[in-house]
Design a protein around this ligand. Structure first.
Ligand code: NAG
Ligand code: NAG
Ligand code: NAG
Ligand code: NAG
Length: 292
């Protein structure tokens, strides 16, 4: 009796941290646990016991994968090493998206280029099926020489895109002025490597050189501090972020002043397109969030 109650309270104590930590999912490690290869007929592969994922593109097909989990808010990091050499015409897309005609989406797209010419990092945010919120950047390093970390912080107040911890874009919740914000549809992570030589490089002027195929992009070190969504419920619903607990600080994270300075630095030196400056495109006036 005594011994069985001791052992059950020991079991309970051992279980507690598991219960607490299962509310919010933090995963790092095996890509097999987090992703499914979805297309490409053998061109997408998870290698080295789940440490590395590669996508390939050749003339016949590209390839892609998606997350097993759906997420509703999170801080999601992935390291990518992009197609090296002459990658003109190729696009590596890495994004979060929900389903349906009024979907939400948070995009990173990497537009390839001739050897030595700069990739473009293209970003866009869709809410309720509406996008047209592109910002494009050059990078301050060669994204094909090594892995770099591309992160999306998505919480109810804002979306922050970062590269190696440096914020490059912030999309704030502007619901108060009538702009829908992605917050009630769970999203999966998707990625694909595909041919887009009708538009990707110098607006479609430079075509894919298939003599260079297969093209390969690589992924590793996925990390998600996130609320997962399954059967209509969030893994975080019972953890209304308690201020005493900083494991969920990303749920209310904002840019501190040092990060705002970095964001300004990137936008001043590396941003090559901003829909919010494109008055020609929006003759009726810039979208409302641009002046928020
Ligand atoms: C915060 O939550 C984590 C698990 O999510 C737990 O291990 C830790 O003890 C908590 N810290 C506080 C101060 O409550
Ligand atoms: C999300 O909210 C919008 C209004 O902000 C509504 O139109 C849409 O139907 C909602 N979607 C879901 C899945 O609840
Ligand atoms: C490719 O290089 C050209 C020349 O430097 C540049 O204008 C263009 O923005 C680069 N990137 C893409 C994806 O076209
Ligand atoms: C928790 O995070 C806040 C900022 O979000 C910080 O001011 C505070 O010191 C942190 N507390 C602990 C215990 O780390």
């Amino acid at each position: 009796m005594a011994s069985s109650s001791t052992s059950s309270s020991v079991k309970l104590m051992l279980l507690m941290p598991i219960l607490v930590s299962s509310l919010m999912v933090a995963t790092v490690g095996n890509l097999n646990q987090d992703f499914d290869i979805t297309w490409g007929d053998g061109r997408a592969n998870i290698l080295n016991n789940g440490e590395l994922l590669t996508l390939k593109l050749d003339k016949a097909s590209g390839s892609g994968f998606q997350s097993k989990n759906e997420y509703l808010f999170g801080k999601i990091d992935m390291q990518l090493k992009l197609v090296p050499g002459n990658s003109a015409g190729t696009v590596t897309a890495y994004y979060l998206s929900s389903k349906g005609s009024t979907w939400d989406e948070i995009d990173f797209e990497f537009l390839g280029n001739l050897s030595g010419d700069p990739y473009i990092l293209h970003t866009n945010v869709f809410s309720q099926g509406k996008g047209n919120r592109e910002q494009q950047f050059y990078l301050w390093f060669d994204p094909t020489a090594d892995f770099h970390t591309y992160s999306i912080l998505w919480n109810p107040q804002r979306i922050i895109y970062s590269v190696d911890g440096t914020p490059i874009r912030e999309f704030k919740n502007s619901e108060s002025i009538g702009v829908p914000f992605p917050k009630n549809q769970s999203m999966r992570i998707y990625s694909s490597l595909w041919n887009a030589d009708d538009w990707a490089t110098r607006g479609g002027l430079v075509k894919t050189d298939w003599t260079q195929a297969p093209f390969t992009a690589s992924y590793r070190n996925f990390k998600a501090d996130a609320c997962t969504w399954s059967s209509g419920a969030s893994s975080c619903s019972s953890t209304t972020p308690s201020p005493s607990n900083n494991s969920s600080s990303w749920l209310s994270q904002e840019l501190d002043s040092a990060s705002q300075e970095k964001l300004k630095w990137v936008q001043k030196n590396y941003m090559i397109y901003n829909y919010c400056s494109d008055t020609k495109r929006f003759p009726q006036g810039l979208p409302p969030e641009c002046s928020a």
